[in-house]
Design a protein around this ligand. Structure first.
Ligand code: SF4
Ligand code: SF4
Length: 343
């Protein structure tokens, strides 16, 4: 049963939108995310058992269908029963239980898979520290909030972007000192890390993005992967072992062994990898093809195999995901997370 539900979560992660019935009125706010796999689409978070997943919803077509029954929701796939007893979890800001903000969807870089800077359809003003504090306050009044998380594209320069993070983190920390704060900045110096920590950030995510240097050069030609690795190491010294995470996107032509080696490298310095299946959509399809060519789609089996490998690597290094209280490891909506989904 448990294995079956984890496999269904993997199917949902990899699949397309959920078709909602005509006239459907969501019981909670529809998220208009500007970062993460659902960026640019209206999404809802669905729960089943102890799992949850965030899915774009559609009123025209979908890989899954939401069925509204007399005793609650269920999901079908191609009209066939898929999941009974499905809940709809309130999204605070971007994800359940967290006020997660994208400070700015613009970015001076052009990573092939990234949709944020290309979201013309979604209008997001640059958010000030005052905006963030106000919105956190509104969220706290409306629902359960366990953390505040901040991400951003790089706007102007790396230094200027870190300045904006620091300003927002300080303001949130001062207004709501009880809430843990997670940040996902692009950083280039130790001093920037120290400033973020001293402003009140508790956890940090510095993404290696890909499993190998070779893939990275094709997908993120303007970024510096060896610098990111150095920043991860420095961050562990400043934020603590198990308080630094780093995302690896898979499905870009790398092997499982290369992913394992990358995870080993991160864990060896006390950082916790996160694994994210490549998400292809109309916004990034052509840029991904230009960068890495036509690749086979990631399948459910690989997601599950890598999740098991992920857990084994963490265990070998005495690490887990349970110490994280912010960002994707706390949210769990887009991945099979070891120790949370995969016990
Ligand atoms: S650095 Fe790359 S992944 Fe991050 S926001 Fe900019 S383009 Fe997107
Ligand atoms: S797992 Fe991360 S990207 Fe996905 S909804 Fe949650 S916070 Fe956003």
């Amino acid at each position: 049963m448990e294995e079956d539900l984890i496999a269904k979560k993997a199917e949902l992660i990899l699949g397309g939108p959920v078709l909602v019935p005509e006239g459907f009125e969501a019981p909670s706010r529809i998220s208009q995310s500007t970062a993460g796999p659902g960026a640019g689409y209206g999404s809802l978070a669905f729960s089943f058992g102890r799992f949850r997943v965030k899915k774009p919803i559609s009123r025209d077509t979908g890989d899954f269908e939401l069925v509204v029954g007399a005793d609650g929701y269920s999901l079908t796939r191609g009209g066939e029963p898929f999941l009974d007893r499905v809940g709809i979890v309130p999204i605070v800001r971007h994800c359940p239980e967290q006020a997660f903000f994208n400070l700015d969807k613009r970015c001076i870089y052009n990573c092939a898979y990234c949709t944020s800077p290309h979201l013309d359809r979604v209008s997001v003003e640059t958010r000030t520290a005052d905006d963030i504090v106000r919105m956190v306050g509104e969220s706290l009044r409306e629902c359960k909030v366990v953390a505040v998380s901040l991400t951003s594209g790089v706007v102007g320069s790396v230094d200027e972007t870190v300045d904006r993070f620091v300003e927002c983190v300080s303001a949130v920390h001062e207004a709501y000192p009880q809430l843990p704060i997670g940040v996902e900045p692009y950083v280039s110096t130790r001093e920037q890390l120290v400033r973020l920590r001293e402003a009140g950030a508790d956890e940090i995510k510095i993404n290696l993005e890909t499993a190998t240097d070779a893939v990275f050069r094709r997908t993120c030609p303007e970024l510096n992967r060896s610098l990111a690795k150095r920043m991860v190491r420095e961050a562990v010294g400043i934020f603590g072992r198990g308080k630094v995470s780093s995302n690896i996107i898979f499905g870009l032509g790398e092997t499982d062994a290369e992913i394992e080696a990358c995870m080993e490298e991160l864990c060896a310095v006390g950082a916790v990898p996160t694994l994210r299946a490549l998400s292809i959509n109309d916004i990034n399809r052509e840029r991904i093809r230009a960068a890495v060519g036509d690749l086979p789609a990631v399948g459910t089996e690989r997601v599950l195999r890598l999740a098991r490998m992920h857990k084994e690597v963490l265990e070998r290094h005495g690490l887990d995901t349970l110490g994280f209280r912010t960002m994707c490891l706390e949210c769990t909506c887009c991945d099979i997370v070891p120790f949370r989904d995969l016990l």
